[in-house]
Write a protein that binds this ligand. Structure first.
Ligand SMILES: [Fe+2]
Length: 323
C-alpha cells in the first residue's frame, strides 16, 4: 500500500516537474488534472481549472471548432502535433507546439487525452534572429559583387523588388516569395569571377569577353549550392538566363523545365536592366523594356509572367523600375 502511495506521489511530482504544460482531459471535455507549468501559463490555480470544461478554462484558439484536438481524437484516436498560439485576455500571445495524445483504457476504450504544450517563444526569437542575420548576409553578398561593378549598383536589389511584386501578384506563398527575393538579390553573385574591366567596359564586348560573362550563372550556382536552403535558391540563380524556347544559357533548357521563379527573375532582370544605364549605353527606358517582353512573350519569356509584369508596371510606374 505504501509503495502504491509513494508511486502515486512520485507520478504527481513528475507531472508537476515537467517543463511542458500538461493537462488530462476526459472525453466529456472535463479537465481531470493539470500541471504546475500549465497553471503558470494560464495564471490560474488548480481549483479554478480541475473539474471544469476545458473549453471554458483553457481558452484554446481551436476550442468549440472542428479543429479541437479532443474532437479530432474522438473521431480518430491518434497523436496530433500542431503549432499554435495561446491568446490571453490582455492581448498577449504565446507560440506553442500542441501535442494531444489519446488515453486508451485496458479494454481498448478511449477515455480522454493528455494535452501538452511546449512554449516555443525562445525558439521563435532565435529563428527570427537567424532570419535577420541571413538577410544581412545575402545583402552583403549582393553588395560584394556590385562594388566590383558600380554601373549595376542597386540592380540586384531592384530586380528582387520587381520579382517579389510579380510573385505576390501570382499568389506565391510567403516562403517562396522570400526564396525568390533571396535568389534575385544575389542572382549575379557569379560575376565575382568576371574581370571588372569586362563588367565596366564602355564599348561592345568581344565574343570571348561575353563568353566569360556568361559563366556567371554557373559560378553563382557553385558558390551557393551547398547552402542548405529549404527552397531551390541556387537553382533559380543557375537558370536566370534560360529562355522559354531553349535559346538561353547555361543549359539551354526550355519551357516548364525552367523553374517558375527563374522565369520571373529573367523578366524582372531584363526590365530593370533595360530601364537603367549601362557603361556601354544610356538607359533604353521602360517603354523599350515593355516592347522587349511583349515582342518575345512566349519565345523567350513566360507569357503569364509577362502579363503579370505588365500589370505591375502599370500599377507601380517608371520610378519603381529604373535607377
Ligand atoms: Fe545575370
Amino acid at each position: 500500500m505504501n509503495n502504491i502511495k509513494k508511486l502515486t506521489n512520485d507520478t504527481s511530482q513528475v507531472f508537476n516537474a515537467v517543463q511542458d504544460s500538461l493537462a488530462i482531459i476526459d472525453t466529456e471535455f472535463n479537465v481531470i488534472n493539470i500541471n504546475t507549468t500549465y497553471l503558470k501559463l494560464l495564471k490560474k490555480d488548480a481549483k479554478e481549472v480541475i473539474g471544469k470544461k476545458c473549453y471554458a478554462v483553457l481558452r484554446g484558439s481551436r476550442c468549440s471548432t472542428e479543429k479541437c484536438p479532443l474532437k479530432k481524437i474522438i473521431r480518430i484516436p491518434k497523436v496530433i502535433e500542431i503549432e499554435t498560439e495561446k491568446c490571453f485576455p490582455d492581448g498577449s500571445r504565446v507560440p506553442l507546439i500542441l501535442t494531444a495524445t489519446p488515453l486508451i483504457s485496458d479494454r481498448g476504450k478511449l477515455t480522454g487525452m493528455i494535452q501538452s504544450f511546449k512554449d516555443i517563444t525562445d525558439f521563435k526569437l532565435s529563428s527570427k534572429k537567424l532570419e535577420i542575420v541571413l538577410d544581412e548576409v545575402i545583402k552583403a553578398l549582393s553588395v560584394t559583387v556590385e562594388v566590383r561593378d558600380p554601373y549595376t549598383y542597386g540592380h540586384q536589389e531592384r530586380v528582387a523588388q520587381i520579382s517579389e511584386k510579380i510573385a505576390r501578384k501570382m499568389g506565391f506563398p510567403e516562403n517562396r516569395v522570400k526564396a525568390l527575393w533571396m535568389a534575385a538579390t544575389i542572382h549575379d553573385v557569379g560575376k565575382i569571377y568576371v574581370p571588372s574591366e569586362f563588367l565596366a567596359k564602355p564599348t561592345q564586348l568581344t565574343e570571348i569577353e561575353f563568353a566569360v560573362i556568361k559563366t556567371h550563372s554557373t559560378v553563382g550556382y557553385s558558390i551557393i549550392k551547398n547552402i542548405d536552403f529549404d527552397l531551390p535558391i541556387a537553382e533559380i540563380v543557375y537558370q536566370h538566363h534560360e529562355k522559354m524556347d531553349g535559346s538561353g544559357y547555361p543549359l539551354g533548357v526550355s519551357g516548364e523545365k525552367i523553374l517558375i521563379e527563374a522565369r520571373i527573375l529573367t523578366i524582372a532582370d531584363v526590365v530593370e536592366a533595360m530601364s537603367s544605364h549601362r557603361p556601354y549605353r544610356p538607359a533604353l527606358g521602360l517603354d523599350k523594356a515593355i516592347e522587349e517582353i511583349k515582342k518575345n512573350r512566349e519565345t523567350f519569356y513566360d507569357p503569364d509572367v509577362v502579363d503579370i509584369c505588365l500589370q505591375v508596371i502599370k500599377e507601380k510606374g517608371v520610378k519603381f523600375f529604373a535607377a
